[in-house]
Design a protein around this ligand. Structure first.
Ligand SMILES: [Zn+2]
Ligand SMILES: [Zn+2]
Length: 891
C-alpha cells in the first residue's frame, strides 16, 4: 500500500463513519501565536476542545502537516541518523468533540488497523494508563485482546495534558511487533527487552489515542469534563514503513523518490556507505520541510520561524557539500517533493516556482557565506602556521560564526583537516563569547541603545521601582502628569536646566511611545518654573515610557506637576498612516492571498512602509487593485472601532495577530468594519474617511520572499499626486499637447528617434567614406613607408574604425593612425597593412602615442586602439607618429 493510499484510506474510513474531512491547517499556526509550528493534528482544533468555539461538526478527521524542529537542539541533529526522526511529517488523526468516546475510538482504531490495513492481530499490543480500567476492559471486549497483550503504563508514557491547566486525560497506544531479531539496548546491557515500553524498535508505537476526560485547574485538581473528547494521532511515515515491511521510514515510497533524486544529483548510490546515506536522508527530509514551510509563508531569516527554517536548509546544504555537490541542488529537490506530495497538498504545487526561487537564493547566499568564511580560515591558517599550539582559538570560531554566519561545526572540520584540534578549551572560549554576546543583546534590546549606554543600568533599576506609566493618548492629547524621574548621561537628575536634554518619566502621559512600527509622539512639557520640548517618546524596557525632552526655558524638577501636550498635527499624520497600514494589510491579503503576512512596518507622520511575505513580484494591476480597495474603504468612511478583550477572545473573532509579537492577556483589537481586524496598540482614526486619499508611492523586493510597499495618505497623498501632475503638465507643455496624450505621443517620439538614429548612422558611414577619400591624398612617405595621420574630432572608437576600414582600401600598403577628441577624452586607432605588420606592429604604435595623451591600449599587429585623457596633447601625439616610424625603420 503506497503512502498516498494509506492517507486516502484513513480519511475515507473515518468519512464513512460520520467524520468531516478537514483540510490540514498551515504550518504557521493561526490560532496560537506562541507556537513555533503546527506540530500535531489537534492544534487547529484547540479552541474547539477548550469549548471556546463551535464548528458545524462533532467528528473530524485530518491528514495534518507538522514540523518539529525547534526546542531542543538535538531534535534536528538526530534527523538522518535514525530510522524515524523527521523535521516534517504527516499526522493522521480522528477527533471527537464531545461526541463518541473510548469505546468507538478503540473500535475504529482496531477495525482500521486489522481489517482495512490488514495487520495481523497477533503482532499488535495495546497500552493503557495505569488505572484506566475502562480502556483495559474495552481492549478485551471490543478488540478481543487477551489480558497479556494489554499493558498498563504510567503517567510519563500514557497521560496527556494540553498545558499545566486545561483538558487532559489518559492515553492508549497500539504497538506493532517488528521482530525480536532487532537490536535492543536493554538486552545488550544484560536486561530483558521491555516490549512496548522499550525504546527499541522491536515493538513500534503506531497509533496514540488520547481520551480527554478531565479539566485540571491551577491547584492541580482534576474534575471530569461534562463532554469528554477524543484526539488521536498516527504518523503516516511510520505506519507506511510497517505496511510496506520496511525497517526505516526512509525506505518507504514517501522518501525513496527523494533519495533517488539525491543519488542522481550527486552521482553516488544510496546504501553503500553510512556517512553518505545519512547525508541523503538529511537532504530528503529537509527538502520536504523547506518546501512546506516556504509554501506556508515562512522565509529564511535570522529570526524565530525564519531562523529555524534557515538552520534546516543550511544543514541540508552542508550535507550536500559533504556529498560533493558544490552547486545549488536543494532547489531542485523541492521539485521532487512536489511530484511526490503535490496531489495530497495542492498548495505546494501552486507555490512551486516561488519555493524553488527562495531556496535557490538561500543556497547562493550560503555559498557566499562559505566562500567568505573559507577565506578567513585560510588567513587564520597562514597566521598560525608556525605557532606552537595547534589548538583552535574558540574566539576565532565565534567571530566566524557571529560576524560571517559561518557554521562552527563546519569550521572545526576544515581546521581539523589542516591539523588543528578542537579541545574543551576551544568550546569554553566559544561558549563564553556566545554568552557575553547574548548578555549584550538582552541588555541592549530590553533597555534601548547599545550595551555601552550608561543609562541601561539605571533603567533596569527604575523599571523595578516605578509602576508602568498610564497611557492616556487614545482619547486625550493633553493631560496633567507628575515627573517621576529624570535621567541624563547615565545619572538620575533632580532637575533639568535650560538647554539640557533629559529623559523624563511621567506617571501618566498622552504621548505614544514608539512601538508596533508607529513612531513616538512629540510635544511639550510645561511646569511651574520652565518648559521643554518632547523630541521623541519611546520605551526603555517593556514598561517605562520615556520622553526625550530638550529644555527650552527655565527648569523642571523631579516630583513636580506638569502639563503634557502632544503635537496634534504630527499625531494626526501618524493616525492616518496607521489606519492606512491596516487597510493596506487587509487589501493585500484579499488581492494577493492569505499567505501575505506582515514582516515589518513603519508608521511615520508623513508616510508608511509595509513589508510583507510574498513570493514573486506584485503586478501593476494587483497594486492598482490594492490601492483601489483601500480607497473604497476610505470613501465608505467606515468607523474604526477599538476594543479591549482577552487574547483568546480576540483570536477567536478572527483578529490578525503578528507572530513574534508578545501579547498580554488583555489585548486591544482594532476593527474596521468587516474589512480588517488586527491586534494593535497604536493610535487610529475614528473613521477611515479621515485618511482622505491613499496612494502607493513605491513597491519592490527587500529580501527573498519579502516585498515592501511605501505609501502616503491625506495631505501627503494629495501632495504626491500634485507633484506627479506638475511633472505631467510640464512634460505635456514641452510637447504642447494635453497631458493625457503623453503616452501615445512619447511612444511615437521614441519610434521617430529610433528611425533617426538609424538614418544618422547611415549618414555617418557615408561621411566617413568621403572623408577617407580626402585623407587618402595626404599620405606621406616616411623612411620609404606610406604614413597617414589625421585628427577627426567627435568620432567615437567605432566611428574611427569605420573610417580606417575605408582608408585601408585606398592605402593598400602603409600605416594609418587616426585620433579624435570626444567628450574630453582621446580615442586612437592604428592600422598597419599585412606586409608591414612584422616591422611596424599597430599595437606598439598605438601604445607609444597613447602614452603621450595620458592613456594606454593595444591590439593586434594589424589593428589596435587606445584611449587617453588629455585632448590638448593630441596634435603633438599624432605628429610624433612620423618619428616613431623613422626610428622603428632604422632599428
Ligand atoms: Zn527492547
Ligand atoms: Zn496597527
Amino acid at each position: 500500500m503506497t503512502g498516498s493510499e494509506i492517507r486516502a484510506r484513513f480519511l475515507e474510513y473515518f468519512r464513512r463513519r460520520g467524520h468531516t474531512v478537514v483540510r490540514s491547517s498551515p504550518l504557521v499556526p493561526a490560532q496560537d501565536p506562541t507556537l513555533l509550528f503546527t506540530n500535531a493534528g489537534m492544534v487547529q482544533f484547540k479552541s474547539v476542545f477548550l469549548g471556546e468555539e463551535r464548528r458545524g461538526y462533532v467528528r473530524a478527521t485530518t491528514a495534518q502537516k507538522c514540523v518539529r524542529a525547534g526546542g531542543k537542539h538535538n531534535d534536528l541533529e538526530n534527523v538522518g541518523h535514525t530510522a524515524r526522526h523527521h523535521t516534517f511529517f504527516e499526522m493522521l488523526g480522528n477527533f471527537s468533540f464531545g461526541d463518541y468516546f473510548k469505546e468507538d475510538a478503540i473500535r475504529f482504531c482496531w477495525e482500521l488497523l486489522t481489517e482495512d490495513f490488514g495487520l495481523p492481530k497477533d503482532r499488535l499490543k495495546a497500552t493503557v494508563f495505569t488505572d484506566d480500567d475502562a480502556a483495559f476492559g474495552l481492549w478485551k471486549t471490543v478488540a478481543g485482546l487477551s489480558e497479556d497483550r494489554i499493558l498498563r503504563l504510567g503517567e510519563k508514557d500514557n497521560f496527556w495534558a494540553m498545558g499545566d491547566t486545561g483538558p487532559c486525560g489518559p492515553c492508549s497506544e497500539v504497538h506493532f511487533h517488528q521482530g525480536d531479531h532487532l537490536p535492543c539496548a536493554e538486552e545488550q546491557a544484560g536486561r530483558a527487552c521491555l516490549g512496548p515500553a522499550c525504546d527499541c524498535d522491536r515493538w513500534l508505537e503506531i497509533w496514540n489515542l488520547v481520551f480527554m476526560q478531565y479539566n485540571r485547574d491551577a491547584s492541580g485538581a482534576m474534575t471530569p469534563l461534562p463532554k469528554p473528547s477524543i484526539d488521536t494521532g498516527m504518523g503516516l511515515e511510520r505506519v507506511a514503513a510497517v505496511l510496506q515491511g520496511k525497517q526505516s521510514n526512509y525506505d518507504t515510497d514517501l522518501f525513496r523518490p527523494l533519495i533517488a533524486r539525491v543519488e542522481e544529483l550527486c552521482g553516488k548510490p544510496y546504501g553503500r556507505e553510512e556517512a553518505a546515506d545519512v547525508s541523503m536522508r538529511v537532504i530528503a527530509d529537509h527538502a520536504r520541510a523547506a518546501t512546506f514551510l516556504i509554501t506556508d509563508g515562512v522565509t529564511p531569516s535570522n529570526e524565530w520561524r525564519g531562523y529555524v527554517l534557515r538552520r534546516i536548509m543550511r544543514r541540508a546544504m552542508r550535507h550536500g557539500r559533504m556529498l560533493g555537490m558544490s552547486e545549488p541542488f536543494l532547489w531542485d529537490m523541492t521539485g521532487r517533493v512536489v511530484s511526490v506530495m503535490g496531489d495530497a497538498y495542492p498548495e505546494i504545487r501552486e507555490a512551486q516556482a516561488r519555493v524553488a526561487e527562495a531556496v535557490r537564493q538561500e543556497e547562493e547566499r550560503f555559498a557566499e557565506t562559505l566562500d567568505l568564511g573559507m577565506a578567513k580560515i585560510r588567513e587564520y591558517l597562514d597566521e598560525h602556521r608556525g605557532a606552537a599550539s595547534r589548538v583552535v582559538d574558540g574566539r576565532f570560531l565565534f567571530t566566524l560564526y557571529d560576524t560571517h554566519g559561518f557554521p562552527s561545526d563546519l569550521a572545526q572540520e576544515v581546521l581539523a583537516d589542516a591539523g588543528f584540534t578542537v579541545t574543551p578549551e576551544t568550546q569554553r572560549a566559544f561558549d563564553a563569547e556566545m554568552e557575553a554576546q547574548r548578555e549584550r543583546a538582552r541588555a541592549g534590546a530590553s533597555f534601548g541603545g547599545d550595551s555601552g549606554d550608561p543609562s541601561v543600568a539605571i533603567y533596569q533599576r527604575l523599571s523595578g521601582e516605578l509602576a508602568r506609566p498610564v497611557f492616556l493618548g487614545y482619547g486625550a492629547l493633553t493631560a496633567p502628569a507628575r515627573i517621576l524621574a529624570m535621567v541624563a548621561d547615565g545619572q538620575r537628575r533632580r532637575e533639568a536646566r535650560p538647554g539640557e536634554t533629559v529623559e523624563v518619566i511621567l506617571d501618566r502621559t498622552p504621548a505614544y511611545a514608539e512601538s508596533g512600527g508607529q513612531q513616538g509622539d512629540t510635544g511639550t512639557v510645561v511646569g511651574r518654573e520652565g518648559q521643554g520640548r518632547i523630541e521623541d517618546t519611546y520605551y526603555r524596557g517593556s514598561q517605562l515610557i520615556v520622553h526625550r525632552v530638550r529644555m527650552t526655558q527655565g527648569q523642571l524638577r523631579e516630583g513636580e506637576e506638569v502639563a503634557v501636550t502632544v503635537e496634534s498635527r504630527r499625531r494626526q499624520g501618524l493616525r492616518q498612516h496607521h489606519t492606512g497600514t491596516h487597510l493596506l494589510h487587509a487589501a493585500l491579503r484579499k488581492v494577493l492571498g492569505t499567505h501575505v503576512a506582515q514582516a515589518g512596518s513603519l508608521v511615520a507622520p508623513d508616510h508608511l512602509r509595509f513589508d510583507f511575505s510574498h513570493g514573486g513580484s506584485v503586478k501593476d494591476s494587483e497594486l492598482e487593485d490594492v490601492e483601489g480597495l483601500v480607497n473604497e474603504q476610505v470613501q465608505a468612511n467606515v468607523v474604526v472601532s477599538p476594543a479591549e478583550m482577552d487574547l483568546q477572545e480576540a483570536l477567536k473573532s478572527g483578529a490578525m495577530a503578528l507572530f513574534g509579537e508578545k501579547y498580554g492577556d488583555r489585548v486591544r483589537v482594532i476593527r474596521i468594519g468587516d474589512f480588517s481586524t488586527e491586534l494593535c496598540g497604536g493610535t487610529h482614526l475614528d473613521a477611515t474617511g479621515q485618511i482622505g486619499l491613499f496612494k502607493v508611492t513605491d513597491e519592490g523586493a527587500v529580501a527573498s520572499g519579502v516585498r515592501r510597499i511605501e505609501a502616503v495618505t491625506g495631505e501627503h497623498a494629495l501632495a504626491h499626486v500634485g507633484r506627479e501632475e506638475a511633472a505631467l503638465r510640464e512634460s505635456a507643455g514641452l510637447l504642447k499637447i494635453p497631458p493625457l496624450e503623453l503616452p501615445r505621443r512619447l511612444a511615437a517620439l521614441l519610434e521617430d528617434q529610433k528611425r533617426l538614429e538609424k538614418q544618422l548612422s547611415q549618414l555617418e558611414g557615408k561621411l566617413a567614406r568621403s572623408q577617407a577619400q580626402d585623407l587618402a591624398s595626404s599620405v606621406k612617405q616616411i623612411a620609404g613607408v606610406p604614413l597617414l595621420t589625421a585628427r577627426l574630432d567627435g568620432l567615437d572608437p567605432d566611428g574611427l574604425r569605420s573610417v580606417v576600414d575605408t582608408l585601408r582600401d585606398r592605402v593598400p600598403s602603409g600605416i594609418i593612425l587616426l585620433g579624435s577628441a570626444a567628450d574630453g577624452k582621446v580615442n586612437l586607432v592604428a592600422a598597419v597593412s599585412k606586409d608591414l605588420t612584422k616591422r611596424f606592429p599597430a599595437g606598439r604604435l598605438v601604445q607609444e602615442i597613447a602614452r603621450m595623451v595620458g592613456g594606454g591600449g593595444g591590439g593586434r599587429p594589424d589593428l589596435a586602439q587606445a584611449g587617453g585623457k588629455d585632448p590638448s596633447k593630441l596634435d603633438e601625439a599624432l605628429a610624433a607618429a612620423a618619428g616613431w616610424v623613422e626610428r622603428t625603420a632604422q632599428g
